[in-house]
Design a protein around this ligand. Sequence first.
Ligand code: LIP
Length: 254
Amino acid sequence: MFTEIKEIILEAGEIFKEGYFNTNKHINLKGKKDLVTEYDIKIENFLKKKLAKFNFNFIAEESLYFNKVSNTFIIDPIDGTTNFSHQVPHCAISVAVYENSHPKYAFVYNPILEEFFYAIKGKGAYLNDKRIEVSKNENFQRALIATGFPYSSAENEDDLNWVINKLHKILPRCQDIRRLGSASLDLCYVGSGKYEGYYEINLKPWDVAAGMLIVKEAGGVVSNNVGDKYNMFEDKCIVASNGLIHEKMIEILE
Ligand code: LIP
């Protein structure tokens, strides 16, 4: 199953590349800031068609879905659609595979930079087939932290204030902050030790399901903003880290 899914995602990567370099992507708005291109739909349909043979359910960004993960593919056809639309090469296909309500495989593929992250439950996390591990840095002042800005901050003053307030608290205390625009890749960058930590609010299951397993299999920690298990259907804030700076992040974000 793992190899077949990986092959299907690599094939979907060809559609992704075609779309990325196409200057006419037919971009529409789902909200004031939330973009969708014809390629989000094309890639999602391609994946759903090819993965249908496994008889799993789908939770996918551009389709209707139920909050149940029993045997399910959780798909974001393009995570980082704003980057994709502007030809910024930080965007990816994200697919998580849940079996009996537990994560089994995770795939995050950036076809533009040819970075293929994956994780197998209990067997580690990998980038282009090489094992990855979280950073061993425990000094928060030297920690590179990633975050994202929720689309809701365009309309919701509380969310905008939350973002500014947390930046105000974290920025002076850490090495620096990055906002690269793809939650799934942000999580993979924690998993591969580039970032010590990452936090964001208002994400959807398809943004984080694959990245979460990659962080955990790379030796990191994922929680909500009070340090409890992160529920991707209910929790507002996700916090991921190398584990060593987790307490400090929670202390600042709580
Ligand atoms: C996006 C994320 C981005 C985040 C946005 C959004 P999309 O996903 O990955 O980092 O800040 O809120 O969820 O919409 O490009 O799939």
